[in-house]
Design a protein around this ligand. Structure first.
Ligand SMILES: [Zn+2]
Length: 490
């Protein structure tokens, strides 16, 4: 692909997008960001918006070409919040100011303020070569990716096209993927209505180095409801109070090649203060795995908690740890209607709590909570072949599966069967549902090729500007063009 891809224009669009605080879930600001994106689509595209259940728009734009071979460019335009920045003393407005935030940090550094070593090094690089690093919420994750994708789209629109390119930008990726769950169904409809032949997708999300990723790791949220025996806070502890048992569970380390579990939450369920030990507590983990198999993950976590509890009792008998799937109220209990994400999570916990309330003694029940992101296994495909060829010429590595949570997980269904998820996730098919049939029907391969930088979701989120605004748009356009060349698909 030739033609001018002006880095200053990509940077300016990134600045415009970052300035809209599209922290999900927020219908008003996310819609504003969607409208801004839509205003920057090339005029030559067929474009429209699909609506998530609460009205937040998924922006799409289709540039037609000579053959129906269609390559998807996927991104999300929402971001995580900025409470962490405000707690760190950064004025809220600066968090959304691509130029101002970096300048503010540089000024504090000149005044002698200390920064973490990596931040200090990058601020020094920025001092020596201004324009190297751009700071701000969403700069890396992933408004620079959207801007680069739009620049690539514009370049492709200006030249002859052997195939179609479909740009899709979703809301709510950082929350519950409501935009993507809508888009999956709409993508199959658009394909059928326009006679498209999807050859794969390029996800424009960030990486921690200038590289691509092939495939996506699966993510699941695991909950552990601990029910205890309450007692007076002044009485000797018999080791059966829920908060203590939950703390033990939370201290487990999972030695496994199959998955990584990170503790995300630990709390008791007491409504307020009293001089009583806790009757119930909850531990939550976020689990990243290649197979996305809840059976294997939950059994491993169960065994680790059992061992930890026995160890704490000097090897003696400990309260039972069971899976929701074994506890008696499996999938048959699921009825109701899909609910907003927070409500669906609360409903899953309520179902387990109701079951635990029937137990006489202390114990724990392990279960899945929303959300569930299936892994997307890398395989030979037109986009993978195109990315390998284009990036090899530029000496850029294509690495293993994308390690972070991503909407792109839902572009195929390589995860657990809906029946398996339903056995472990209370309310699956009722308050919480996934479009597994449409995902399986799409069955797309995914390469992630986006901006790189550091501290996504963090106080010092920053994007490497020469790559995102200079190198990346051309690479994306080249990979799309190469993916249109007829080749064995899989
Ligand atoms: Zn992201």
């Amino acid at each position: 692909v030739s033609g001018p891809l002006d880095p200053a224009a990509v940077r300016a669009l990134t600045r415009t997008l970052v300035a809209i605080p599209s922290v999900s879930p927020d219908v008003e600001s996310e819609t504003r960001c969607a409208e801004t994106l839509a205003a920057h689509l090339p005029a030559e595209c067929d474009a429209g918006m699909w609506s998530a259940p609460d009205g937040r728009p998924v922006v799409w734009a289709l540039a037609r070409g000579a053959s129906p071979r269609t390559t998807i460019l996927l991104g999300h335009y929402d971001t995580v919040g900025v409470d962490d920045l405000e707690q760190a003393g950064v004025p809220r407005a600066l968090a959304f100011d691509l130029d101002g935030y970096g300048a503010w940090l540089a000024e504090r550094r000149r005044d002698g303020r200390a920064f973490p070593a990596d931040v200090d090094a990058d601020l020094e690089a920025e001092r020596q070569a201004p324009g190297t690093w751009c700071f701000g919420r969403g700069a890396l994750d992933m408004k620079a990716g959207l801007a680069a994708g739009l620049a690539a789209l514009e370049a492709l629109v200006r030249g002859p096209r052997a195939g179609h390119v479909l740009f899709v930008a979703t809301p709510d990726e950082e929350h519950a993927s409501a935009g993507m769950l809508t888009a999956v169904e709409e993508l199959t409809r658009l394909r059928d209505a326009r006679g498209l032949d999807y050859v794969g997708a390029i996800n424009l999300d960030y990486a921690d180095a200038p590289c691509a990723h092939h495939g996506v790791l699966g993510k699941m949220a695991v909950g552990c409801l601990v029910h205890g025996i309450t007692g007076h806070a002044a009485a000797p502890d018999d080791g059966r109070d829920a908060a203590y048992l939950a703390a033990l569970a939370a201290s487990c380390r999972f030695e496994s090649d199959a998955f990584v579990a990170r503790l995300t939450r630990l709390r008791d369920l007491k409504p307020g203060y009293d001089a009583q030990t806790a009757a119930a507590a909850v531990v939550e983990w976020s689990v990243v795995s290649e197979r996305g198999d809840p059976d294997a993950v939950l059994v491993a976590i169960r065994d680790a908690i059992r061992a930890r509890w026995r160890e704490a009792r000097g090897g003696g008998e400990a309260p039972p740890v069971r899976l929701w799937a074994e506890a008696g109220d499996g999938a048959a209990a699921a009825s109701g209607r899909p609910a907003p994400f927070g409500r669906a999570r609360a409903a899953a916990l309520e179902r387990v709590r109701a079951r635990a309330s029937r137990e006489a003694g202390a114990g724990a029940i392990l279960f899945l909570m929303p959300p569930y992101y299936p892994p997307l296994r890398a395989r030979p495909s037109a986009v993978a072949g195109a990315a390998a060829a284009v990036l090899a010429r530029a000496e850029i590595a294509v690495r293993g599966p994308f390690p972070y949570i991503s909407d792109a997980s839902y572009l195929a269904w390589h995860g657990a069967s809906p029946e398996t998820i339903a056995r472990h996730l209370p309310g699956f098919g009722a308050e919480y549902a996934l479009p597994h049939r449409a995902s399986a029907e799409l069955d797309l391969d995914v390469v992630n090729l986006g901006p790189w930088g550091r501290a996504a979701h963090g106080v010092y989120e920053r994007v490497h500007a020469p790559w995102a605004f200079g190198t990346l748009p051309g690479l994306i356009a080249d990979v799309v063009a190469a993916s249109w060349e007829p080749s064995p698909r899989r």
